[in-house]
Ligand binder design. Structure first.
Ligand SMILES: [Fe+2]
Length: 134
């Protein structure tokens, strides 16, 4: 479970809002993983949640790239590559693999996704703050 914090801010209302929504979607995945750990079968719900997360992430990255593409921000290509890798990561999630280890698998998966997003926002996204706010 993560909560948006002021330190995540990129000083842009639109992107901050999108990051908040992304966090909400990650928390849905997180909640499902906890229910899976409690032995509940959440396979179908998880499939929908991951799909929703993927679709929204694609949309968010597109919006973010559109905003920094208009600026002199120098790390555009590296940044876009990071985005691509994350989409690939989401797309490669194989829920079938979870099997009867569903809880454990999903817990690890959720942690990876959340860690990636926090890291990305705090380190990579912070790189364009000065450019988009010029
Ligand atoms: Fe980004």
């Amino acid at each position: 479970m993560i909560k948006w914090e002021q330190r995540f801010s990129v000083e842009n209302v639109q992107i901050d809002g999108e990051h908040k929504h992304l966090i909400e979607l990650l928390n849905i995945v997180h909640d499902l993983s906890i229910r899976a750990e409690d032995g509940e079968d959440i396979y179908d719900e998880m499939e929908v949640a991951i799909e929703g997360l993927r679709d929204y992430t694609v949309e968010h990255f597109r919006n973010e790239e559109e905003i920094f593409d208009r600026t002199d921000y120098m790390d555009k290509d590296v940044h876009k590559f990071q985005h691509k890798l994350f989409i690939k990561k989401i797309e490669s999630i194989d829920l079938q693999k979870a099997d009867n280890m569903q809880g454990e698998f999903l817990k690890k998966l959720t942690k990876e996704l959340i860690d990636w997003v926090i890291n990305h926002v705090l380190i990579v996204d912070k790189g364009y703050v000065d450019y988009i706010n010029k």
